[in-house]
Design a protein around this ligand. Structure first.
Ligand SMILES: NC(=O)c1ccc[n+]([C@@H]2O[C@H](COP(=O)([O-])OP(=O)(O)OC[C@H]3O[C@@H](n4cnc5c(N)ncnc54)[C@H](O)[C@@H]3O)[C@@H](O)[C@H]2O)c1
Length: 245
């Protein structure tokens, strides 16, 4: 029996990159997965690649009301949500000197408030079921900082504080809340980095390569699975050894 037989997962930002790899892995391990992205066409196409156990939904995770409606729709379709993976994220990089208020607000709204919105919406049904696995995708940047990413680092560090506090709030209901902090991973997001910045990043990685989305998916599957049932409030860095904290 696969780890996630009979379980449903909601994966935000599931249309590509890390979120898509996570959805693929959870389905391979037996789960049904609701994939969420801002654009319906892309997420439906991604879900169709994953077969009958995947369904795509359009939702901007930064909108409280839209996330409430999303979770209601997923519960209507699947009956329950056992696993929530808060993976949707964006960057709007700039030195603070040049960063606009819009760049700051948008990155915080998607990367941090998005997780507040989804957790608020799934908490009640998870508490009622006395089971839940919440995995927040942070970043090593939230632990170590990075010039040009004050907004992103603040959001990802905030997500770690959020993870630890929520873990303490709902542990008694058998809901674990953990974070994964990826280093540099080959996706569209990291593809936007200039070659020079990318090479500088890789020079700091003891394993001397960028990660693959599947490397992150493995850590998420571990935290969602039975071998991690006694782990909550933790951050696993999946970064080739870049940020040893
Ligand atoms: N790629 C990396 O090197 C790296 C490193 C550390 C952390 N991360 C984090 O991993 C996560 C996934 O990153 P990725 O590299 O796969 O990015 P990506 O840009 O390839 O994919 C991001 C996904 O999030 C979705 N998304 C964006 N804004 C959204 C919104 N408002 N509402 C719903 N969905 C939204 C996109 O549609 C897409 O599906 C992000 O949280 C990112 O910050 C990535």
């Amino acid at each position: 029996m696969a780890n996630f037989d009979g379980m449903t997962a909601l994966v935000t930002g599931g249309s590509r990159g890390i979120g898509f790899a996570v959805a693929k892995r959870l389905i391979a391990d037996g789960a049904k997965v609701a994939l969420v992205s801002t654009k319906l066409e892309g997420v439906v196409a991604a879900a169709s690649q994953l077969g009958e156990n995947a369904k795509g939904y359009a939702c901007d995770v930064s909108s409280y009301d839209d996330v409430q409606a999303l979770v209601a729709a997923v519960l209507a379709d699947f009956g329950k949500i056992d696993i929530l993976v808060n993976n949707a994220g964006i960057t709007r990089d700039d030195l603070l000197m040049r960063m606009s208020e819009e760049e700051w607000d948008r990155v915080l709204a998607v990367n941090l408030k998005g997780s507040f919105n989804t957790c608020k919406a799934v908490m009640r049904p998870m508490m009622k079921a006395r089971f839940g696995r919440i995995i927040n995708i942070s970043s090593v940047v939230g632990l170590c900082g990075n010039p040009g990413q004050t907004n992103y680092a603040a959001a990802k560090a905030g997500l770690i504080g959020f993870t630890k506090s929520l873990a303490r709030e709902i542990a008694s209901r058998n809901i674990t809340v953990n974070a994964v902090a990826p280093g540099l991973v080959e996706t569209d997001m990291s593809g936007a980095l200039p070659e020079e910045a990318r090479n500088a990043f890789i020079q700091q990685v003891p394993l001397a390569r960028a990660g693959k989305p599947e490397d992150i998916a493995g850590a998420v599957a571990f935290l969602a699975g039975p071998d991690a049932s006694y782990i909550t409030g933790h951050v696993i860095c999946v970064d080739g050894g870049m940020c040893m904290v």
